[in-house]
Design a protein around this ligand. Structure first.
Ligand SMILES: [Zn+2]
Length: 200
């Protein structure tokens, strides 16, 4: 399959300059992604380890995983309206000096909207919006696939100790996969935290 963007459908690593947190985000479309995004701590995260970007086309993100999507016109307008509201009576550069009304300001700035510009939503919202369900059976196998890839990649580079910890995580996921009891509600989240706890 040919794509217009090298980052199409890739899971990518971002690292925060302020708190050092590493986070993986999935690009859900053949579209551009920002080099810099916001971190939960208020700092800025940048795309790192480009060589580790991996393409997952039929992917179901975890419920709290952040996902790149195309920005909708409505969302763009909402962001613009919030900015206009903040800067309308700004002490230094009041927008009220440049535009007759707030609505005119919003309409004017919305002309800069471009199709395909990136927005970020969480996995739960993505699954609801694009798969029309809140089922979380599929994400279990994707989580397993991602960990397995990590295991193979890191196993090549690093010591057996890390390998072993990932193996424990994999075993846990397999236990879930092979278990006959269905996984309810926040199954994937519980699984992730359980694994993280064991990886520590
Ligand atoms: Zn941070």
């Amino acid at each position: 399959m040919k794509f217009n963007h090298s980052e199409a459908f890739c899971v990518m690593n971002y690292r925060c300059k302020k708190c050092n947190l590493e986070e993986r985000l999935w690009n859900s479309r053949d579209g551009v992604t920002p080099f810099i995004i916001g971190c939960k701590c208020g700092g800025e995260m940048s795309h790192v380890n480009w060589g580790d970007d991996r393409r997952y086309i039929d992917f179901w993100p975890h419920s709290d995983m952040r996902v790149f999507v195309d920005m909708s016109k409505q969302k763009y307008r909402k962001i613009v309206a919030e900015k206009v509201d903040i800067y309308w009576n700004d002490k230094e550069f009041p927008m009220s000096k440049s535009f007759e009304t707030e609505k005119i300001a919003i309409d004017t700035l919305c002309k800069e909207f471009k199709e395909g510009q990136p927005d970020i939503i969480i996995g739960k919202e993505w699954v609801r919006r694009y798969r029309g369900t809140s089922s979380n059976t599929k994400p279990i196998s994707d989580a397993c696939q991602m960990l397995e890839d990590d295991l193979i990649e890191r196993g090549k580079k690093e010591l057996a100790g890390l390998n072993n910890r990932y193996q424990i995580a994999l075993d846990v996921i397999e236990e879930y996969e092979n278990s006959k009891s269905p996984i309810h509600g926040c199954g994937v989240n519980s699984l992730k935290y359980f694994c993280r706890d064991r990886i520590k």
